[in-house]
Ligand binder design. Structure first.
Ligand SMILES: [Cu+2]
Length: 153
């Protein structure tokens, strides 16, 4: 999943910047006692300030999302079902990724908890005819499915 990849990458970035911040602060602490003068003290403060700002910034970049990954069962039979189930969440507000496993019937959804919920997501999936753990599809939408997709209820 590309999104978790980006998240992990930014986490690594953040971790690295924390290390550089600490290193820069340590370096200035070592240099400053030898170089007496206000000029260096100001620079030291500036460098510390910049490194704090920098680590804060990367923290903000790495943690702007409130993404959560939820797994639940969704009834279905085949690749067509997979397309329909995953397709129902394409462009659905707050959903970052949606993958349904044909064999295990397991749905894995990553979504923004501030924008949507697993209930809303399951309602959406049920609206195209597929029962989920929490939400049952209407009989009408179930009967609308092609014959091969009418899973056992
Ligand atoms: Cu199907």
């Amino acid at each position: 999943m590309p999104l978790t990849g980006i998240y992990q990458f930014s986490e690594i970035l953040n971790f690295k910047s924390s290390i550089t911040s600490v290193l820069v602060i340590d370096l200035t602490l070592i240099i400053c006692p030898f170089k007496d003068g206000g000029h260096f003290k100001t620079m030291k403060k500036l460098i510390i300030l910049i490194s704090i700002l920098f680590s804060g910034l990367t923290a903000a970049i790495s943690n702007p999302n409130h993404d959560e990954t939820s797994k639940f069962k969704v009834s279905g039979n085949c690749e067509m079902c997979k397309k329909r189930i995953e397709g129902s969440l394409k462009g659905f507000n707050g959903v970052k990724s949606a993958v349904w496993d044909v064999k295990t019937k397991q749905m894995t959804v990553t979504y923004d908890v501030h924008t949507t919920s697993t209930e809303a997501i399951q309602k959406q999936i049920a609206s195209v005819g597929h029962d989920t753990e929490k939400v049952k599809a209407t009989d009408a939408s179930y009967k609308n499915l092609p014959g091969c997709c009418q899973y056992e209820r």
